[in-house]
Design a binder for this molecule. Structure first.
Ligand code: F6R
Length: 590
């Protein structure tokens, strides 16, 4: 989704903006641009459709002068992927430039009105009306209070519009938040404003996370206003404990591989939850009449897995719901309901929409998030954090394992078996390294055996959502058609597709699903299918075998195996696993 960055300080803005934009790349984008106020108090804009490096070759971002500027990575919603639709946009008089994250609902009628008033538009975007609106209001209000003018915008423009406005006359950046995040970074003699902490983390880790409808005015100093009351507000400065090393590749060819390997370390941090918060969460879940897990994509797979462990370990029926399907279940939600939102980014629009609707019905909202200060965290009555550090690759890996570990710990907690749960989970964590040590053989197997156009993954019990997560990853970054199914479903449909040459990945943990899985494997083999077995036991039925250590919660060790398979398949096929086509890291649109 769109990324925004602003800089004001003593250094040249262009190189800082350029570096920050590269750090925003992971969010997914199709166009890029920067604007800076050069020495003559004029705004210079360079922008275009394409990847940052390619646009830079055409435009030479670094040639832009000035020490105050804004930048943007665009993920197209309104208007095609063309140079003219890249942000920033300039007002007719050249005084203002603007970048935006969000969607303006009533832009067409506003545009019509502005055109009648003589404004010229250069793009097909909804965003561009904002900069003309500001210009128009400044004209009508006789150059008065910009804070008031921007505050009044909320009465005119409808939708989500977090934006940065660069004012060449007064040398100010205005940062306004409505519905998607904006974080102010406070450095030595310099200020940043961005949709993402990692974009300026190398300069400062002191931040203010703006609330909805707040406006930060950045000059030598910053001031924050509540645009609803017009009053200045004091916001707490938070120190973020993420490091720049966590947000860089540190020798790995891709962020995704680095983040899979990081699981060995971060899993420990994930389990080291603050005991007050953990017990508080266990209490809420134990007492709740109804609990609905809410998540999308990979996080939904964690919800599914959690619902199985809560059933098995804690004898609780907690229902997993896809963020985008929340409305289907709205009738079941009331003041006795707990919505448990699971989200790495804490910004997923589908999940947020569900939260808003559930709150309106009096439900309690708790969450498990990775990004501190994210909207879902702030909308929650209670939350736990994954403690995974920044996840940069679009495909979620280390966050998924953290989600699964913490949710399983909670299931043990609700069953009043927290100590035992911790022991089992630390046993898994201790064995993660042995999976990483097999990465070369997993890479070989991926190249020699799994590089097919169709793959099937079968598992039962908790191994089923893990197979589903493997399917998701293989489709997402290797662009291979994959299909995950519960072993018992084979005979109901997919067996019809099994013939010689068909490859199935079978998840065979040493648990109560093992015998049934062996049955399914025999059904596949009887029809000529080939089996790649992931198990702690080398069964003769396997054509190829990926060993995992024998532990109590064995299926959890299959997670990194499938992540590594998807990673290597992606690389073998010449894809960039960090940037899957058409996908974004933080999905802030419905
Ligand atoms: C897939 C992936 C996505 C996310 C989904 C939800 O690898 O990362 O499917 O899981 O977009 O994102 P969060 O967890 O940020 O709510």
């Amino acid at each position: 989704m769109c990324g925004i960055i602003g800089y004001i300080g003593k250094k040249r803005a262009a190189p800082i903006l350029f570096d920050s934009l590269k750090k925003l790349e992971y969010r997914g984008y199709d166009s890029v641009g920067i604007a800076s106020i050069n020495g003559d108090a004029e705004i210079e804009i360079k922008k275009g459709a394409g990847r940052i490096e390619a646009v830079n070759e055409r435009m030479n971002f670094l040639s832009v002068n000035g020490s105050i500027g804004i930048g943007h990575t665009r993920w197209a919603t309104h208007g095609g992927v063309e140079d003219k639709n890249a942000h920033p946009f300039l007002s007719c008089n050249g005084r203002f430039a603007l970048v935006h994250n969000g969607i303006l609902e009533n832009y067409l009628e506003l545009k019509e009105d502005l055109v009648k008033k003589g404004h010229t538009f250069t793009s097909d975007t909804d965003t561009e009306i904002l900069v003309h609106l500001v210009e128009e209001e400044v004209k009508n209000n006789g150059e008065k209070d910009l804070v008031k003018i921007i505050s009044d915008l909320t009465k005119i423009a409808k939708g989500a519009y977090t934006f940065l406005l660069l004012d060449a006359k007064d040398h100010i950046i205005y940062a306004f938040r409505k519905d998607s995040p904006i974080i102010i970074g406070i450095g030595e003699d310099e200020l940043f404003a961005s949709s993402d902490i990692t974009s300026f983390l190398e300069h400062t880790n002191k931040v203010i996370i703006l609330e909805n409808n707040q406006l930060a005015v950045l000059k030598e100093k910053y001031t924050i206003y509540d645009t609803q009351t017009g009053k200045e507000v004091k916001q707490k400065i938070t120190t973020i404990d993420w490091t720049t090393e966590q947000a860089s590749k540190t020798g790995f060819p891709h962020f995704m591989l680095k983040e899979i390997f990081e699981e060995v370390e971060i899993s420990k941090h994930s389990l080291e939850q603050d005991s007050l918060k953990l017990n508080g969460m266990i209490e809420v879940l134990s007492k709740a009449k109804k609990v609905f897990f809410l998540g999308s994509g990979t996080s939904f797979r964690a919800c599914l897995l959690a619902s199985i462990y809560f059933a098995k370990i804690a004898k609780k029926h907690f229902m997993p719901i896809l963020g985008s399907e929340y409305k289907t279940y709205q009738n079941l939600v009331d003041k006795d309901t707990v919505i448990f939102a699971i989200s790495q980014s804490g910004e997923t629009a589908d999940v947020l929409q569900g939260i808003t609707l559930a709150k309106a019905k009096g439900a309690r909202v708790v969450s498990l998030i990775n990004v501190i200060g994210s909207t879902i965290m702030r909308e929650s009555d209670q939350y736990l954090t994954l403690n995974s550090g920044p996840e940069i690759a679009v495909a979620s890996t280390k966050a998924f394992i953290s989600q699964v570990l913490i949710l399983t710990l909670l299931a043990f907690g609700v069953a009043d078996r927290l100590k035992e749960g911790r022991e089992h989970l630390y046993e898994v964590v201790r064995k993660l390294e042995s999976i990483m040590n097999q990465s070369d053989s997993i890479a070989m197997l991926s190249k020699d055996v799994l590089n097919k156009n169709d793959l099937y993954l079968i598992g039962r019990g908790v191994s089923f959502p893990i197979a589903m997560e493997g399917e998701l990853k293989i489709k997402e970054i290797a662009y291979i058609h994959a299909d995950a199914l519960a072993g018992g479903e084979l005979k109901h449909h997919t067996l019809a597709l099994i013939e010689p040459g068909v490859t199935c990945i079978a998840l065979v943990p040493n648990d109560d699903t093992k015998d049934d899985m062996i049955n399914n494997i025999m059904q596949i083999k009887a029809r000529g299918g080939e089996i790649i077995g992931i198990s702690s036991e080398h069964l003769e039925l396997f054509d190829h075998y990926i060993p995992i250590p024998k532990v109590h919660l064995e299926p959890l060790l299959m997670i990194p195996v499938l992540q590594l398979i998807s990673y290597y398949l992606s690389v073998i096929r010449g894809n960039d696993p960090d940037f899957p086509r058409n996908l974004a890291k933080s999905v802030t649109v419905l």
